[in-house]
Design a protein. Structure first.
Ligand code: TRP
Length: 446
């Protein structure tokens, strides 16, 4: 099984995806200490993660952390696209994160055949304006273009030193006909994700990339690259000892002692006194450390790397949300008008789409009253769950009403139309009021 970030698969079995790729389950425990978690996090829409513990610790401890995500400007923005930005804005407003959003104009050029100019224009009209209307602020928040940020491109180049073609083939299924620009796209994305840990963007710290699960191959690749670019690795050895190891190459030979001295000092400062240093092995063993301690040691050492000539990239954490099913029961897609409600849809059209949407209802009202319907197979219920219904109480009532047969589809869709009118109408009004000055303020020139 392979996840193709540029493909059009519709994922159904998220538990299987998790098992197959070693994604951790995302549960309520992860949200302890998070103020007012939004529906997407509360209701199991975000179903998996890698390394979210680092983020949780940062939020709880009030420590600096960052959120990074990217947007591919390929078509009109619909409710499926709204999920990432809803989370990003929550983390910015309530959880102390600084936010960086990359416009994937390189990727759109390489993989979708869009000109850079067109990709940028689309990104601003469709996405940037909507993000501002939804509440993204330039205070600890920025949006930039992949094509103009040289730090991203430089890091992509450097990341290329750490990956070979056979790994790229194994992860992405690239073949002899894949263009080099396309092969480069994941490295650019690694540059996106990692560059926010450079000093000028906030330095080494926990970072989170909230994405759909189709992006997991990029996350796996990037976490590997982050690690290969480190000066130190902190880990448990095969014989069960915990230690700090130098992983620098020959070019660093004459700095090894200084690096070990520095690591020793950091460990002592953290309160680890029982150390066994082995210079020929380029190792310092830490006695009595737990696996949680290892994370703390790794973070502390990462922060020291930039002044010693390293990057100090902390492995980026990720979270994965489920995909919204299309209103027609297929995949929600910008290229099929009736599969999605677009954020720029005329309100009357949006309501018509709701009217036509596939539900979990029965053939006839009589049958539905008698047997009940299936909210778990209903695109309208999904819209409630992901976007439209803020109250968990009301959501539960609709769920039960549907299952029992008390609530019929027409009535239920009526409520959805009212909610769409309020939510989408409000968003469109705010979007129309976004000014060029606001766009300029959030959009970075380089
Ligand atoms: N590849 C992403 C998409 O297709 C866009 C993207 C580019 C991205 N850079 C990123 C996502 C960095 C997350 C982090 O939508």
């Amino acid at each position: 099984m392979r996840i193709d970030p540029w493909g059009s698969s519709q994922y159904q079995d998220y538990a299987r995806l998790r098992d197959e790729f070693g994604i951790e389950p995302f549960t309520e425990d992860h949200l302890e200490g998070f103020p007012d978690p939004p529906a997407l996090l509360r209701r199991g829409v975000v179903f998996g993660h890698r390394g979210f513990g680092l983020v949780r610790d940062a939020v709880r401890g009030g420590d600096p952390w960052g959120v990074m995500t990217g947007l591919m400007p390929s078509g009109r923005m619909h409710f499926g696209h709204k999920m990432v930005i809803d989370q990003v804005i929550y983390y910015q407003q309530k959880c102390g994160a600084d936010v960086h959003i990359g416009i994937a104009d390189f990727e759109a050029y390489a993989t979708r055949g869009l000109s850079i100019e067109k990709a940028r224009k689309l990104a601003i009209e469709e996405y940037v304006k909507t993000y501002l209307a939804l509440g993204l602020t330039p205070d600890k928040g920025e949006i930039y273009f992949q094509t103009t940020r040289s730090r991203v491109k430089d890091l992509a180049y450097e990341a290329g030193l750490k990956v070979n073609l056979s790994e790229m083939r194994a992860i992405y299924g690239f073949d002899d006909s894949t263009s080099l620009a396309h092969i480069n796209a994941p490295l650019i994305q690694a540059g996106d994700i990692l560059h926010i840990q450079r000093e000028e963007f906030g330095g080494p710290r926990p970072t989170l990339v909230p994405v759909g699960v189709d992006q997991d191959p990029h996350i796996r690749l990037t976490r590997g690259i982050a690690q290969s670019l480190r000066l130190y690795s902190v880990k448990k050895t095969e014989d069960g000892r915990h230690g700090v190891f130098l992983k620098t190459g020959d070019a660093w030979k004459d700095k090894e002692k200084a690096l070990l001295d520095a690591a020793e000092a950091t460990l002592k400062k953290l309160g680890f006194a029982d150390l066994e240093r082995n210079d020929p092995y380029r190792a310092i063993y830490v006695k009595g450390a737990s696996s949680r301690d290892l994370t703390q040691i790794d973070l502390a050492l990462a922060k020291t790397e930039p002044r010693r000539g390293g990057h100090g990239f902390v492995p980026p954490s990720s979270s994965y949300h489920r995909f919204l099913t299309g209103l027609d029961g297929g995949k929600m897609s910008s290229s099929r008008e009736n599969s999605a409600i677009f954020l720029s849809d005329d309100l009357e059209d949006a309501k018509k789409k709701i009217g036509r949407a596939k539900t979990g209802g029965r053939q006839s009202a009589e049958e539905q009253r008698r047997l009940g319907a299936d909210p778990d197979a209903c695109s309208i219920y999904e819209m409630y769950l992901y976007h439209l219904m803020d109250s968990d109480q009301e959501l539960l009532e609709y769920y039960k009403g549907c299952k029992s047969g008390e609530l019929l589809c027409g009535q239920c869709k009526g409520r959805a139309k009212d909610l769409i009118e309020v939510k989408l109408g409000g968003l469109q009004e705010r979007k129309a009021a976004v000014t060029d000055a606001e766009i300029k303020e959030v959009l970075s020139e380089d």
